[in-house]
Design a protein around this ligand. Structure first.
Ligand code: FAD
Ligand code: PYC
Length: 404
């Protein structure tokens, strides 16, 4: 019965590492693969290796709840995330790979007067930046999401929501696979099971990396390692302002379609959408302790399940199928760090914390520019490491919408 499935070509090549590349990307998650793809496709830099310690997308890329939106407060971040959202809108065509981007809309609920003031401020800021945004009343929320409990005897009545119609979800691993296949076709070497264990630095310049499979030389190295970023930075004697925390998610058994938009609540600490398989995909706030184990503590799951039942009482009868965690790299202003370091040729793209999946194509696009030109793209200039010295922080804790 499976006879006609024989003879499939691998989606990407798995070559042995060469001794030298023009650029090495450390980390084969969505951001690293997107960076390699845009280096090759936009900047013509094709002698590129992506080194991944495990398997492609096995980090946060395939562990996240795939919420995509660009409704951030400040100009710098909403423009960066909107750049990514526009790339998402053409990504399946660009990569010739169906990333299942579904623009089903994202709602961020408000449960207090202050929440609603913040929502109105953010919606107005979004509109000024050309980002689609609306304020919904409780009645409009109930029309779109009939199962939600908006008032009555609920502990946190819903007073309204911000709504971004162009937001939605995508198939997470397809994003890794699509970028990998397209990058590989342009000549990028994707090397899995190749952990970077050291950075080669001579006279203030990066010269390559030490790996479990030997030394590999390159004059430019881009580190895109999410929760492991500060560990990599330490190999270069750099200290990044990042904390690595577990972030958990879980999915229910499959149900018939009952929720056709994404619902998030920062106040009750939960977010939920329904996958194409019918599972409810539910996520939490971060675990407060630091750690590198890709799991999390049971009390956070319990808290998140309680939050979801608070919003959707009828979901209390569902069985949960799977739970997992990823390690997110949280920065002090809940914004990424994308740019150069004091070591010539060494670049970092990290600090996306709980919210980097939505940025994947945009992050790769601007990081590729930064590496190719040794200069930030205008859209990531504000996201340099220097902002933590100059004080020009971009505080997006509110719009991050996930408790941390
Ligand atoms: P990763 O996919 O983690 O890629 C980094 C890679 O680097 C990994 O594969 C790792 O193995 C590799 N690596 C690390 N160290 C080394 C080394 N020394 N040598 C070689 N390779 C190395 N964001 C959203 O926008 N929306 C969401 O709904 C959302 N939900 C989330 C839910 C959960 C439970 C989690 C954990 C995260 C969520 N996020 C969300 C955040 C998002 O997943 C991340 O910000 C994003 O995926 C980071 O992508 P990345 O490619 O940088 O990281
Ligand atoms: O950034 O939108 C987000 C998000 C949702 C769940 C985790 N992060």
């Amino acid at each position: 019965g499976l006879g006609h499935h024989q003879g499939w070509q691998p989606a990407w090549r798995s070559p042995q590492p060469e001794s030298r590349y023009d650029v090495i990307i450390v980390g084969g998650g969505g951001h690293g693969l997107a960076t390699a793809y845009y280096l090759a496709s936009v900047h013509g830099v094709r002698k590129v290796a992506v080194l991944e310690k495990g398997y492609l997308g096995g980090g946060n890329t395939a562990r996240n709840t795939t919420i995509i939106r660009s409704n951030y407060l400040w100009d710098e971040s909403s423009q960066l995330y909107e750049h990514a959202l526009k790339l998402w809108e053409g990504l399946s065509q660009e990569l010739n790979f169906n990333v299942m981007f579904s623009q089903r809309g994202v709602m961020n609920l408000g449960h207090s007067l202050q929440d609603m003031r913040d929502i109105e401020r953010r919606v107005n800021a979004n509109l000024l930046n050309g980002v689609d945004a609306e304020v919904l009343s409780p009645r409009e929320i109930k029309e779109r999401v009939p199962l939600i409990a908006i008032g009555g005897d609920v502990r946190y009545p819903i007073l309204g929501a911000s709504y971004q119609p162009r937001g939605g979800v995508a198939r997470h691993d397809a994003v890794a696979w699509g970028f990998a296949r397209a990058a590989s076709a342009l000549g990028v070497d994707i090397i899995e099971e190749c952990e970077v264990t050291g950075l080669l630095i001579e006279d203030g310049r990066v010269r390559g990396v030490q790996t479990g499979r030997g030394e590999i030389r390159a004059d430019k190295v881009g580190c895109v390692a999410a929760g492991n970023s500060s560990t990599l930075a330490r190999m270069a004697g750099l200290r990044l302002p990042l904390e690595s925390h577990p972030l958990q998610a879980f999915v229910s058994e499959s149900l018939k379609p009952c929720l056709d938009t994404v619902v998030m609540s920062g106040a009750v600490h939960g977010y939920i959408s329904q996958s194409d398989k019918g599972e409810l995909v539910i996520g939490a706030g971060i675990d407060s302790y630091l750690g590198y184990g890709q799991r999390g503590s049971p009390h956070v799951i319990e808290h998140t399940a309680a939050a979801i039942v608070e919003l959707f009482p009828s979901f209390s009868r569902l069985r949960m199928n799977r739970q997992w965690g990823g390690i997110v790299d949280v920065s002090p202003d809940a914004c990424p760090i994308i740019g150069k370091t004091r070591i010539q040729g060494l670049y970092f793209n990290c600090g996306w914390g709980t919210g980097g999946f939505k940025a994947t194509p945009g992050s790769g696009h601007v990081f590729a520019h930064t590496i190719a030109h040794d200069q930030p793209h205008p859209l990531n200039a504000a996201f340099s490491l220097e902002r933590f010295a100059s004080g020009r922080l971009i505080d997006e804790h509110g719009a991050a919408a996930v408790a941390h």
